[in-house]
Design a protein around this ligand. Structure first.
Ligand code: UDP
Length: 396
């Protein structure tokens, strides 16, 4: 971190002296939201902001429903029943009763804990709703249900301009970030990278294409295998599909089984189920890859893209959600469309290493300028400070 940036962050943080910022989401482990909170909370504490992080509780039924909501907000067709809304409200009521709300600023992440805001009338405080999902074309059924809650917040935060909604409350545009000093992103010695590849039984005898993602339909792992098969007709290479689970994502096992079926025992397809806290391993896999793929069908932001670009890796990624903020086509990577298009782009990078390396270098610089955690901290601190100001300032 440059000295002036640190000084600036300290200065902003001073304005929050004596205030508690309480983050609430639905899982400590798995997925981008937990990844970010894991890094941001201690850094805010280092800046002497009293930032805390709690998660709501829910059983399987609740997380089945919230996964359906998640998919539907992303525009996927889901059969959502009246009973699903009842399950959501029942669990929300329990959390509203049980969770200690201690923040001067209540920072609520995504739809799962959204109903906590109903306590605002009783306890006051400032409430900020942070939507990490691509909400550009939400299912009206779910969005109409959530909207009355969103309206009770003092402001909302979205990751990309296209996610912004028509709302009578102020909105902040703040994209996510990666921490370059974390185990996930720091430089690694070659020995460590070799050891990880060896441990997972991945020979480094031919180019490696990697996608790192939860096993989720919206990450399209089966589409990845189909694209890989087309590439393999022309270029001998390996595919690594590395993914973990998230405690708030019940679909993983079904998707993983489907992925294994499609891989059909192909020894060049390495399907890795990573335990939580595999940050060094993910880092090593990304660094060992020739090309990184992110073939999402929908994507809030896709931290994995910034992680790859930061490692100066050439990236092929779908032009969805927050990905085009990171991959500027033919400058910081290639934006791909469909299975054939993805295969075409992968082949282009595998056969043109100089071009691939140039995209990777540009990508790293793009992340340095836009998606590192210092920028994110500054944006959040400014948003918190704005919330503490009078209503008139927020609506200026
Ligand atoms: N990740 C991980 N292990 C896995 C799969 C993913 O640590 O097996 C990390 C990945 O490196 C990234 C985050 O989880 O930091 C996923 O964030 P992203 O925004 O890409 O997707 P999300 O899961 O939030 O949809």
């Amino acid at each position: 971190m440059g000295r002036s940036i640190v000084e600036e962050l300290h200065l902003l943080a001073k304005g929050l002296s004596g205030k508690v910022v309480q983050n609430v989401n639905s899982t400590f482990v798995g997925g981008g939201v937990a990844e970010i909170l894991n890094r941001l909370t201690p850094l805010l504490n280092e800046l002497e902001v009293d930032a805390r992080w709690d998660v709501i509780k829910g059983d399987d039924r609740f997380f089945q429903v919230t996964k359906k909501f998640h998919n539907a907000i992303h525009g996927r067709s889901e059969d959502i029943t009246a009973q699903d809304f009842d399950v959501f409200q029942e669990t929300s009521r329990k959390n509203i009763q049980e969770l200690q709300l201690v923040g001067d600023i209540m920072f609520i992440h995504d739809p799962q804990p959204i109903e906590l805001v109903t306590r605002k009338r009783e306890i006051g405080k400032k409430w900020l709703w942070r939507c990490h999902i691509d909400v550009s074309q939400p299912s009206p059924v779910v969005w109409d249900f959530l909207r009355p809650y969103v309206l009770q917040y003092d402001a909302a935060v979205f990751s990309a301009p296209s996610f912004s909604q028509v709302l009578p409350i102020p909105q902040f545009l703040i994209s996510p970030s990666i921490d370059p000093l974390s185990d996930k992103n720091k430089e690694l010695p070659n020995d460590t990278i070799d050891a990880v590849l060896h441990r997972y039984g991945i020979p480094r005898d031919k180019p490696i294409i990697t996608q790192v993602s939860r096993f989720d339909y919206l990450k399209d792992p089966v589409g990845v295998i189909q694209a890989f098969r087309i590439v393999k007709r022309a270029i001998d290479c390996r595919l690594v599909l590395a993914g973990g689970t998230a405690t708030d994502d019940p679909e993983c096992e079904v998707v993983l089984a489907e992925v294994k079926e499609h891989a059909n025992g192909d020894p060049d397809i390495h399907i890795l189920l990573m335990p939580p806290s595999s940050d060094i391993e993910i880092n090593a896999l990304q660094r060992a890859s020739t090309v990184i793929l992110q073939k999402s069908i929908r994507e809030g932001f896709g931290l994995t893209v910034s992680e790859a670009l930061w490692k100066a890796k050439p990236v092929v990624a779908s032009a969805v959600g927050g990905i085009p903020l990171q991959v500027q086509n033919k400058f910081t990577g290639l934006l791909s469309y469909g299975i054939e298009g993805t295969a075409f782009d992968l082949k282009q990078l595998l056969t043109n290493p100089e071009y691939a390396a140039q995209l990777g270098r540009n990508g790293r610089e793009h992340v340095r300028q836009n998606f590192l955690i210092t920028r994110h901290l500054k944006d959040y601190l400014l948003a918190f400070l704005m919330l503490g100001r009078s209503e008139e300032i927020l609506y200026l």
